[in-house]
Design a protein around this ligand. Structure first.
Ligand SMILES: Cc1cc2nc3c(=O)[nH]c(=O)nc-3n(C[C@H](O)[C@H](O)[C@H](O)COP(=O)(O)O)c2cc1C
Length: 343
């Protein structure tokens, strides 16, 4: 386990005590004003022994919401709430990034004060909105040029707020079929202007978001799921978009690229796992994630597939995950019922 417990330098002025990252996990436990609570501060502080905590996805603007009680980073009250969280994590020697998020079409007017969700194109999402009485997703409104500018500005403001709230950095949520990812896939991006129609144009939105966010906070990572296809139909043409984007990311000065949640699968057309594909094209720090046991994580790192591993559900079941690994103690298995409480 020494491989997992070895320190890691994320950048000149950001060192991690080990290579275990807490994966971002939505818990829907913020207040109705989408403010983080003291209970959330204690939940994160209990996991401060991980090398880096990435918070649950945190919305960048009111119209970014898609689930109940997900925290935000756009009001002063939210900044103050997050400051309590980051202080508690820092007191315990931890490092913490905020995952900043816009749901795009994975939302419904019930969360948006009656307004339609926005997306690159007006392409309907089918399926039931979670935690509702059978409400169905619908067709979003295609973003205008000024909507796009406003959302990029909202990401920048959330990053500035994250800095003021004491975060060590931010992770842009570019995965799992949410707004940033919607620009990167042919099913959801059918634009014929500068924001669609080619890998270069489809990557423009995320590259502009990265640029705007980097102007506000030093350490910026991104989470991507090139073949994740959550909330999205598969299209083999998508690979060319990620081939282009991942190479562009080499010159963006990112802290890392983080795989989304499917590393227990190998895909023929990317010749390996999602992490191996990212590793081939992106030449700096990579975080793997998805169903990793400590043993599999060690093998994956010793293969050179990634530098860090993000652990999700096992960290819900084991707040003392790092201590247990250090002491060689067995891990408590995760159950979905554990999501009902912030332990
Ligand atoms: C309850 C829950 C909430 C999640 N919320 C997020 C999220 O807010 N942002 C995100 O990028 N991934 C989210 N994920 C995916 C996790 O970050 C992680 O990739 C996934 O759980 C696979 O890792 P694991 O097998 O170690 O749990 C969530 C997963 C779970 C179980």
């Amino acid at each position: 386990m020494n491989t997992l417990l070895a320190p890691f330098t994320l950048s000149d002025n950001l060192s991690l005590t080990n290579r275990i990252v807490m994966a971002p996990m939505t818990r829907s436990m913020a207040t109705d004003a989408l403010v983080p609570t003291q209970e959330m501060a204690e939940y994160y502080a209990r996991r401060a022994e991980t090398g880096l905590i990435i918070t649950e996805a945190t919305i960048v603007a009111p119209l970014a919401q898609g689930y109940p009680n997900t925290p935000g980073l756009f009001s002063e009250e939210q900044v103050a709430g997050w400051k309590v969280v980051t202080d508690r994590v820092h007191e315990r020697g931890g490092k913490i990034f905020a995952q900043i998020w816009h749901c795009g079409r994975v939302s419904h007017p019930v969360y948006l004060g009656g307004e339609l969700p926005v997306a690159p194109s007006a392409v309907a999402l089918s399926g039931r909105v979670p935690r509702t009485d059978g409400i169905q997703y619908g067709t979003p409104r295609a973003m205008t040029e000024s909507d796009i500018t406003a959302v990029i500005d909202a990401f920048a403001l959330a990053a500035a707020n994250a800095r003021r709230a004491g975060f060590d950095g931010v992770e842009i949520h570019g995965a799992n079929g949410y707004l940033v990812d919607q620009f990167l896939h042919w099913e959801t991006n059918q634009r014929t202007d500068a924001w669609g129609g080619s890998p270069e144009n489809m990557s423009r939105f995320v590259l502009d978001v990265i640029n705007a966010v980097k102007n506000e906070i030093e350490h910026v990572g991104i989470r991507l799921t090139p073949v994740g296809y959550l909330h999205m139909a598969e299209n083999p043409k998508d690979k060319a978009v990620f081939d282009y984007l991942l190479q562009q990311l080499n010159t963006c000065g990112l802290s890392y690229v983080h795989t989304g949640s499917e590393d227990d699968r190998v895909f023929n057309y990317i010749e390996g796992s999602m992490t191996q594909y990212i590793r081939r094209l992106y030449k700096s720090t990579v975080i793997a994630s998805g169903s990793y046991t400590p043993e599999r994580a060690v093998t994956m790192m010793e293969n050179g597939d990634a530098d860090l591993v993000a652990i999700g559900r096992p960290l819900i079941a084991n707040p003392d995950y790092v201590g247990k690994i250090q002491a060689g103690l067995p891990l408590t298995p995760y159950h979905n019922a554990m999501l009902n409480q912030l332990v």
